[in-house]
Design a protein around this ligand. Structure first.
Ligand code: SF4
Length: 678
């Protein structure tokens, strides 16, 4: 009898995030996409969550502007023609333009005739699709899936609503910037921080870190330099980057002086200078107000934001309101000239779990909402920075209260860390919080590296931070049901099921590490790996059950010489990078790594024979005099190696590595050695 399962998950409306029909996806808890509406890609609200704001950037237009809007169902051709030609009723000195949104709504915008758009927001408000919006639509293919033929218009609509930003300084566009977007209607983005400090690093090292961060998927980079030649470092980073660059301009404003000496001429000159250089977004901590400081005194760790603490000190010394707050409109005017995007700083973000979601943080967030409205009135793009350190149960509320107070402006969060007691592993503690924050509404995640709280990140820390955050961002995008985001996961699952190792590595985010880890234990391509071994390989056994066949799945068998299935084939040798990964791990000796990198079929067979005769190399004592990482020494062999062996040879090799292969657990479990699972 075919009994159906008693319980299946509900279908809440999110589309299958994969585009392949033949996958098993019984349900999704995310909401159906609402791109063009306030929810975009969103998690359902747990009871008690604040509702999304009913306002957007359209409600905060500059003086002299107005907009009329008819939803698609209300628009008739007659209305469209009438509204488009209604110039006779315009106020003196004003013009009007009409356009349809990707969802079919009709907008009629009235604006001063002398106005010339500069920022992406201003272009969007006039219905103009910029080249940067087109590029963003290309890079976010789900817009085409949701709005066929109108993908770039959908991007424009999100920018016009203030729910998406395209950080693209007009001066950075003259270099190598590849425009991207940040908003909850697009894929979740990752920012990598870097920058020289007074005690460590320099310009060349920072440019190298920039390239490294780009390689590992950083969507934007913040230069947080506080030491060395700040100007030269910033200039080099902007010229070399294809991703948007953000800075915290107050750092350079106080180099060589005390924070007390900060004044408007210094602020004005620094903002102009960095904007001219091409910085794409500025973190300005204008939300820290005098009235908020009383909320900080009972905190465990006070103010942990550098910008926030500096401006708090400035306010106390001068007994005045935050100068960034009082000069906000003038600051907006400078950013508008270059289309620099605001990343309005959270100077009072919590620095520990105990301080999360407290009065100081929320009072500042209310001010960030007010500053957002004022910036939109000046035509400037806005995103909002968020915490920091937040217990897991408070994350959804933090994301959703920002959505309410800041009217859907993109939320850019640092982590958050969900526990404070794992220094050295904060890329993990924060990646957990970042995944939840992105699922509940954050649009960009600022990475945290293993060096967080401990020192300046080095190259490998940058890689670890980027990868942890690519995992968080991707996991959230899959959960939110962004069309197409799961395709690569599904392809990798298919390759895994087919025991197709080459495809498995190729589809991995970090193929070098995947390949090196595989070859460390069993450096041959066969229908199992060293994790379980031949007899316990569930993928192989499952295939036997389902298809009464063993070995690799049909279509994925290795085809070698003369097109003969199972014949030896050439495949890539371990690259120097893969060798380096294995060398760092220290499991294999340098000599063994050298052999892996230069293996030939003859060498493989010889190695089995060598091991069988008891001449296997001792990993602990046989380091080669020649470095295995010296690629030139082995290149002649690398060009012609083959790693294919038949299953029996693979089993023999595996059994030689008893330290890592679990074949011998059967006696411990009281199972006879002859037993097989099937
Ligand atoms: S041996 Fe284990 S880990 Fe390796 S492919 Fe088979 S089931 Fe997967």
């Amino acid at each position: 009898m075919n009994t159906p399962p008693r319980l299946l998950p509900p279908l809440n409306g999110a589309r299958n995030p994969g585009t392949t029909p033949a996958v098993t996806t019984p349900g999704s808890f995310a909401l159906a996409p609402d791109v063009g509406g306030p929810l975009m890609f969103a998690s359902p609200d747990t009871p008690g969550m604040p509702a999304p704001s009913d306002k957007t950037a359209w409600d905060f237009l500059p003086d002299g502007w107005s907009v009329q809007r008819w939803q698609s169902g209300e628009v008739t051709k007659w209305q469209s023609a009438q509204t488009a030609n209604h110039s006779a009723t315009l106020p003196l000195g004003h013009s009007a333009t009409s356009f349809h949104s990707a969802r079919g709504d009709l907008f009629r915008v009235t604006y001063p005739s002398s106005f010339t758009p500069i920022t992406q927001l201003e272009h969007a408000r006039l219905g103009i699709v910029t080249p940067q919006m087109r590029r963003v639509a290309e890079r976010e293919p789900h817009f085409e899936t949701l709005f066929p033929g109108k993908a770039a218009e959908a991007v424009r609509d999100e920018v016009a609503a203030g729910r998406m930003v395209i950080p693209a300084n007009i001066n950075h566009l003259k270099h190598n910037l590849d425009p991207m977007c940040i908003g909850r209607a697009s894929r979740t983005k990752v920012n990598a921080n870097m920058g020289a400090s007074p005690v460590s690093s320099g310009t060349d090292e920072e440019v190298e870190k920039l390239k490294w961060a780009e390689r590992w998927g950083a969507d934007t980079v913040m230069d947080l330099s506080t030491g060395g030649d700040l100007d030269a470092c910033r200039d080099a980073i902007i010229r070399n980057s294809t991703v948007p660059i953000g800075t915290v301009p107050i750092y350079s404003m106080i180099i060589g002086k005390k924070i007390e000496e900060l004044d408007w001429p210094t602020i004005e000159a620094s903002l102009h200078h960095q904007a001219r250089q091409g910085v794409d977004y500025f973190t300005i901590h204008a939300g820290v107000r005098r009235a908020h400081l009383k909320h900080v005194k009972n905190r465990l760790i006070g103010i942990v934001s550098r910008g926030g603490s500096l401006l708090a000190k400035w306010m106390l010394v001068h007994n005045q309101e935050n100068i960034m707050y009082t000069r906000w409109e003038e600051i907006c005017g400078i950013l508008r000239q270059y289309d620099v995007t605001f990343s309005i700083g959270d100077g009072l973000r919590p620095g520990g779990l105990a301080d999360a979601t407290d009065a100081a943080q929320i009072a500042e967030l209310e001010t960030l909402g007010e500053l957002t409205e004022r910036a939109w009135r000046k035509g400037v793009q806005v995103m909002i920075e968020g915490p920091g350190h937040v217990p897991f149960d408070q994350i959804e509320w933090n994301a959703k209260v920002q959505r309410t107070l800041c009217h859907g402006a993109p939320f850019y969060v640092l982590g958050p860390l969900v526990t404070d007691m794992f220094p050295g592993y904060d890329h993990i503690t924060s990646c957990i919080g970042a995944t939840a924050m992105a699922y509940h509404g954050a649009a960009m995640l600022c990475y945290v590296t293993p060096k967080e709280h401990l020192g300046l990140p080095k190259k490998d820390d940058v890689k670890q931070g980027c990868i942890a955050y690519k995992i968080a961002a991707h996991a959230a995008d899959v959960a939110l049901g962004i069309p197409g985001t799961r395709d690569r996961d599904d392809e990798l699952t298919k390759a895994r099921a087919a025991l197709n190792w080459e495809k498995h590595f190729e589809l991995s985010f970090d193929p070098d590490t995947a390949r090196a880890y595989h070859d460390e234990d069993l450096d041959v391509d066969t229908d199992f790996c060293a994790m379980c071994g031949h007899d316990w390989c569930s993928v192989r056994i499952s295939k036997e059950i389902q298809e009464f066949a063993s070995g690799k799945a049909e279509g994925f068998e290795r085809v070698g010489a003369n097109g003969r299935a199972g014949a030896p084939v050439k495949s890539a040798a371990l690259t120097p990078e893969q060798q380096e990964i294995l060398a760092k791990r220290g499991v294999l000796s340098l000599d063994e790594i050298h052999k892996l990198a230069s293996k030939t079929k003859k060498a493989m067979t010889g190695r089995v024979a060598e091991r069988q005769s008891g001449k296997a190399t001792d990993a602990a004592s046989s380091h080669s005099a020649t470095s295995p990482l010296d690629h030139s020494a082995t290149s002649a062999k690398l060009s012609c190696h083959s790693d294919y062996v038949d299953p029996d040879t693979a089993k023999q090799l595996q059994e030689q590595r008893t330290a890592v292969v679990q074949l011998d657990v059967r006696p411990a479990l009281g199972i006879a050695k002859e037993d097989r699972v099937v």
